[in-house]
Design a protein. Structure first.
Length: 272
């Protein structure tokens, strides 16, 4: 009996967690590691970064992640007129490095073109699918994309993470109101109380909750409540946090590959 109750509670919590997922969600994210020293001033550092005989002025290593965090698979027939989804990286790709990951991508047609654009051709993008490119690029990337799939929501993780939902904004306002009222009522009262007539102070003392410890604990409880509401408002919304869990779970299941050294001796030349 107890096990059945626990199972029902877990199932309800899981359904609530999944309620933040639309049927079709494709998420994008890019993590950037710069290889420049002193903002790339090679004349101060005395070295430059060279790959295959060509100098890279602003070398960066980026991880570009694409994953399906929706509740359903994205089917090939959903693509508009057979057109692919295109994600332009906005930066010149020098080469693809080891360290990329693939999970559940066996039926997904994803390719990086010579025009520095990732294309997803009409294909089956399974729920939980994750694709990671690790790339050496010249410059700082800026992703732009075209959506060619009906009913598909393409989401930028950084934007979703930094944009609070309505309930988070309300929580922040409520926490500020609680802190202000607590400060005015409690601390303001402590400052004013010594200047009140004796009769008024005695009346206030008689009106205080009994025992007196309750009066001491009450502001602490209100402060704790305000802090809890504030922390809720300060955290990212459930949707991007859920999407990150889907991505990380897929990356953990993907085949591990040895990472190529980002700076190899033959890639660095010292100036005279």
């Amino acid at each position: 009996m107890g096990g059945a109750i626990v199972a029902i509670v877990i199932e309800r919590l899981y359904q609530r967690w999944r309620a933040d997922a639309d049927d079709f969600e494709l998420w994008l994210n890019v993590n950037i590691l710069t290889l420049m020293a002193e903002e790339g001033d090679r004349f101060e550092t005395g070295m430059r970064y060279v790959v295959d005989g060509a100098e890279v002025e602003r070398p960066h290593v980026i991880d570009v992640d694409l994953w399906n965090a929706g509740a359903k698979d994205i089917r090939p027939d959903m693509f508009s007129a057979g057109a692919p989804i295109e994600v332009a990286l906005g930066v010149h790709v020098i080469k693809e490095l080891k360290g990329g990951r693939d999970h559940n991508t066996d039926s997904a047609a994803i390719a990086l073109g010579l025009d520095n654009t990732v294309r997803i051709a009409p294909s089956l993008l399974k729920r939980g699918m994750v694709k990671r490119y690790r790339l050496l690029v010249d410059g700082t990337p800026e992703l732009t994309w075209t959506n060619q799939v009906a009913d598909l929501q393409i989401r930028d993780l950084d934007q979703e993470w930094e944009t609070p939902t309505l309930d988070r904004r309300i929580a922040r306002i409520a926490a500020r109101v609680i802190f202000i009222l607590l400060g005015v009522i409690f601390f303001g009262g402590m400052l004013v109380l010594p200047f009140l007539p004796d009769g008024v102070r005695l009346a206030i003392g008689d009106a205080l909750p009994q025992p007196l410890g309750l009066f001491v604990l009450l502001p602490g409880a209100v402060l704790a409540l305000g802090m809890g509401i504030f922390m809720y408002g300060a955290n990212a919304s459930r949707r991007p946090r859920r999407a990150v869990k889907v991505r990380n779970r897929g990356l953990a299941k993907s085949p591990k590959t040895s990472s190529e050294m980002l700076i190899r001796p033959r890639d660095v030349e010292y100036l005279d």
